[in-house]
Design a binder for this molecule. Structure first.
Ligand SMILES: [Cu+2]
Length: 114
């Protein structure tokens, strides 16, 4: 196959499927990098497309790690989970879910409770 054809196929494969339907995180509460005066009771992630809550997880990292219990939410673009009682300190939550196009998406939210 000529080089340009290979390049075209490669570009299509890399860009086309995901550019069309891949859900992206558009808002997180708490926001990544937030410094909070009051401890948050939940973490809520909003995506720009529907995600599959059954195929995802949110993990609060610490000693030990805690898999967060999800809270039902009517909006299929949101993932909401309850947080345990948090003492002052720095926290990191990793999340993963599956976008409706079948792609796994992951991310991290870090915040500080004062
Ligand atoms: Cu995708």
């Amino acid at each position: 196959m000529p080089f340009r054809a290979v390049l075209a196929v490669l570009l299509w494969w890399l860009l086309a499927p995901c550019a069309l339907a891949h859900a992206r995180l558009i808002e997180s509460v708490p926001a990544d990098g937030a410094v909070l005066a009051a401890r948050p009771a939940t973490v809520a992630l909003t995506f720009d497309g529907e995600v599959e809550p059954a195929l995802g997880s949110l993990v609060l990292h610490g000693a030990p790690d805690v898999v967060l219990e999800r809270v039902a939410d009517a909006d299929p673009r949101r993932l909401v989970a309850a947080l345990p009682t948090l003492a002052a300190g720095a926290y990191r939550i990793t999340w993963r879910t599956v976008s409706r196009d079948g792609h796994a998406i992951t991310g991290v939210v870090r915040f500080v409770v004062e």
